[in-house]
Design a protein around this ligand. Structure first.
Ligand SMILES: *Cc1c(COP(=O)(O)O)cnc(C)c1O
Length: 399
């Protein structure tokens, strides 16, 4: 009888398994599965020679702890083979500002998609402008024609897909190909899909940002941000993080790592329930249009299908033309849908929005009131019944 052959190595792991195993070192943690929440500024060096040479696995609290190291290792595995490192920031917006300050200098020109998260726009129009960086906004559907907007001093292109509030799907590979032909850096705010459903760094992006506040944390209890970079961009990120003193709070780092372990099961539910609700809403007479790239007739569907492996639970709807009081009646009647900013937690949310006042490269004319909806982990029949009551109030107020 021949002995069974046992392969030397495991095959490459699937992302769900990476989420569970990444960054774990139970031997270093005396057997415990999870790392401790390390709170620390001072790290002691054993000898004078060590401190003179800055020799040691950890050197100072701001530069990393066993807790931040565990999360970074897990995130590097998730971001894929093109990821050279992941920087941690105290909020999603801090990850964005750190990234832009890392790659831009006075006199540079920056291209930003018109459907970008609004506070990113504020950063470009105020602080970056004051520091001598000029921003041009572009139509998110521009694709390879982005090259027409390049100037001799253009340094970077910022994309976000799908766009905040209105869910336009940018063609990231086409934009990245044009940008790389000119040696520009491509930055992507990848919060909606997370690297589980869209590994930006595989699609020509150099710097991929996540507001970890959303799905990574997953429980509406942290403010957090991540900056994943390829080998070309990573040195800029580490320099900026050091220079700016960016570091995330120990509890938030721990909770982000805890959130990461269950990201795959949570997102699978957000995706299925979000899509089911989007279809249900689309069939409602009160709804004019649903903006969700995973719907087959969405204008961005082909790009979504090509570049993304899943959808999260956030989308928007355009209602039939109605006075605000009817929309307010709906919002004030629903009970399971909370009204508040952020999303990506376990709970369903609904907010009214209006991008008309601040888009500059495109015109936003939805033709009716707009609502952004996050579908949480509640039972979907309960959510439908809640919206059913909301629509009854809406129709009563409209009559
Ligand atoms: C929420 C959000 C951010 C900002 O995250 P914070 O942690 O709230 O600073 C950035 N980008 C997108 C797309 C977001 O939705």
């Amino acid at each position: 009888m021949t002995a069974p052959t046992i392969p030397d190595a495991n095959p490459p792991l699937h992302p769900e398994t990476e989420l569970v195993t990444g960054g774990r070192d139970s031997v270093a943690q005396k057997g415990f599965v999870n790392p401790p929440v390390v709170r620390g500024s001072t790290v002691l060096y054993p000898t004078a020679d060590d401190i003179r040479a800055h020799r040691g696995e950890y050197q100072y609290g701001r530069h990393g702890t066993p807790t931040t190291r565990a999360l970074q290792q897990a995130l590097i595995a998730l971001e894929g083979p093109n990821c050279a490192g992941v920087g941690l920031a105290p909020s999603g917006l801090a990850a964005i500002s750190t990234t832009l300050l890392a790659v831009l200098a006075a006199g540079d020109h920056l291209l930003v998609c018109d459907s970008v998260y609004r506070p990113t726009r504020h950063l470009c129009d105020t602080l970056l402008k004051r520091f001598g960086v000029e921003t041009t906004y572009y139509d998110p559907l521009i694709g390879g024609d982005i090259a027409k907007l390049f100037r001799p001093n253009t340094r970077a292109v910022f994309v976000e897909a799908p766009g905040s509030q209105s869910f336009e799907m940018a063609d990231i590979p086409a934009i990245a190909a044009a940008a790389h032909a000119r040696d520009l850096l491509v930055i992507d705010d990848n919060t909606w899909a997370t690297p589980l459903y869209h590994r930006s760094l595989d699609f020509g992006v150099d710097l991929s940002i996540q507001a970890g506040t959303k799905y990574l944390g997953g429980h509406s209890d942290i403010m957090f941000g991540t900056i994943a970079a390829n080998a070309r961009a990573w040195p800029h990120v580490t320099d900026a993080i050091r220079a700016l003193g960016v570091c995330a709070a120990p509890d938030d780092v721990f909770l982000a790592l805890r959130g990461l372990r269950t990201l795959a099961v949570r997102l699978a539910h957000h995706q299925a329930a979000g899509l089911a609700m989007a279809k249900w809403l689309k069939a409602r007479p009160e709804v004019q249009r649903v903006m969700h790239p995973a719907l087959p007739d969405d204008p961005g569907h082909a790009i979504w299908k090509r570049d993304f492996s899943g959808a999260s639970g956030l989308f928007s709807v355009v209602l039939q033309p109605t006075p605000d009081r009817a929309v307010d009646a709906l919002l004030d009647t629903v009970r399971l849908f909370g009204m508040g900013y952020s999303w990506g937690g376990f709970e369903s949310l609904i907010i009214p929005f209006d991008c008309t006042s601040y888009r500059t490269a495109t015109q936003w004319t939805p033709g009716g009131p707009t609502l952004r909806i996050h579908i949480g982990l509640e039972n979907i029949e309960d959510l439908k019944a809640d919206l059913e009551r909301g629509f009854a109030a809406f129709n009563a107020a409209r009559a």
